[in-house]
Design a protein around this ligand. Structure first.
Ligand SMILES: [Ca+2]
Ligand SMILES: [Ca+2]
Ligand SMILES: [Ca+2]
Ligand SMILES: [Ca+2]
Length: 406
């Protein structure tokens, strides 16, 4: 590649400050250095002078510069013999992560033919921020993981070299997670998130953290990745009833299928870990089993057989709510069902003793019969009053509660 065009005039003093001095090697080679991304026209070196050529002889001797594969990155002004930056030099594009980076120039003059070799070292500037493989990283952690558990993280990469690519990491201050980095700069796999305290999905289901990588350049550049941490549920909560004891009443003549109570238990866990099945706690008494049925899904207890206050006045039903977790957990309560009496029994009359026939001269007050009455109902439903057909020569005398004599 030939460089014949004339360059711009004298470089500014400011740019000169940035540049390093040129020197000659014993073999006649000349070295310069230039910062990558230097502006067009930036002074690199007095190439003609450093090669021992007179400015006046540059054109007559067909002074030309060739640079294999590096195009017109650098150019020489034939008026003043100065090598300057012509187009954008990107060290990362030229040399990648290689620590050494230079542009080799071949300077040729005729009459007599001479060839000079010039090395222009391209110096790194911190022009690349650390870059993470993804902008968002999803991490799923079961809430049961103990503190000190480590979760590996992918580190960032930085296209620069040296301190410009030496990365340090930090994560948002957070009570649950800390960052652990090994001091080996290139070993990104040593980066991990460490659990500091026990998790609880029932309190916080998702943690959102920002992981930041900072390089060692001046000024430093940073890159970030969002860590979206989802906490997976573990079955660590048992179903709980609203109350430990429920008291309800049912009329003894309630129809088959009458709703006695709708129980409600809650489970703080997620999905099947929080799905509840209701049942009578085993062993279930035959009396309960005979009289009631429980809906496993709704928690409704309904009557099934015929209730009879006179048979059983109070049922004690232990109930269990079990979740569908892998290792199920259960909660308990007891339902007391009081059966209310209905006046469904007629009084019964029993004659316990009878002296018949009665003599016509029997004295007034002679006991003819002992009668007892009973009613299986309770309260007023069971209170019996006895009376006799009017206008007969007999009298009913109450001797004791529900006992009479005639
Ligand atoms: Ca960098
Ligand atoms: Ca760079
Ligand atoms: Ca549960
Ligand atoms: Ca849970």
């Amino acid at each position: 590649m030939l460089f014949w065009r004339g360059g711009p005039g004298t470089p500014s003093p400011l740019l000169l400050l940035l540049l390093l001095a040129a020197w000659k090697t014993g073999s006649g080679q000349v070295h310069y250095s230039v910062l990558e991304e230097a502006k067009h026209g930036t002074f690199v070196g007095r190439i003609a002078q450093d090669l021992g050529l007179e400015l006046a002889e540059l054109v007559p001797r067909l002074f030309r510069v060739a640079s294999k594969g590096h195009g017109d990155l650098l150019e020489v002004n034939l008026q003043n013999g100065i090598l300057f930056v012509n187009s954008r030099i990107d060290r990362e594009e030229l040399c990648g992560r290689s620590l050494e980076c230079s542009i080799h120039l071949e300077v040729i003059v005729n009459k007599p033919l001479q060839v000079f070799h010039v090395e222009v070292e391209v110096k790194d500037i911190n022009d690349n921020p650390p870059v993470f493989p993804e902008s968002k990283k999803r991490i799923i952690i079961a809430e049961s993981r103990p503190p000190e558990t480590r979760f590996p993280l992918d580190g960032a990469s930085d296209a620069d070299i040296g301190v410009n690519s030496a990365l340090t990491y930090r994560v948002d201050p957070n009570e649950y997670f800390a960052l652990d980095t090994q001091n080996n700069r290139e070993q990104t796999s040593s980066l991990s998130l460490v659990l500091r305290k026990s998790l609880d999905r029932e309190q916080i289901q998702e943690h959102n953290l920002v992981l930041t990588a900072t390089d060692g350049g001046k000024p430093e550049l940073t890159g970030t990745v969002q860590l979206l941490i989802t906490i997976l549920d573990v079955n660590d909560n048992a179903p709980e009833f609203d109350q430990y004891i429920y008291k309800v009443t049912v009329l003894e003549n309630a129809f088959n299928g009458t709703l006695v109570i709708k129980l409600n238990a809650t489970d703080l866990d997620d999905g099947t870990n929080g799905d509840i099945i209701y049942s009578f706690r085993r062993p279930v008494s035959p009396a309960v089993l005979y009289a009631f049925i429980i809906n496993p899904n709704s928690g409704e207890i309904r009557t099934r057989g015929k209730l009879d206050f006179e048979e059983k006045k109070l049922y004690e039903i232990p109930v269990e709510a079990t979740d569908k977790g892998n290792i199920p957990m259960a909660g308990h309560c007891t339902v007391f069902v009081e059966i209310l009496d209905i006046n469904d029994n007629t009084p019964e009359i029993t004659i316990t003793s009878l002296s018949l026939p009665v003599r016509e001269d029997a004295q007034v007050g002679t006991v003819i019969a002992l009668i007892s009455v009973s009613d299986r109902d309770s309260g007023v439903n069971g209170q019996v009053t006895c009376s006799l057909t009017p206008r007969v020569p007999f009298k009913l005398v109450s001797t004791f509660k529900n006992y009479y004599s005639l």
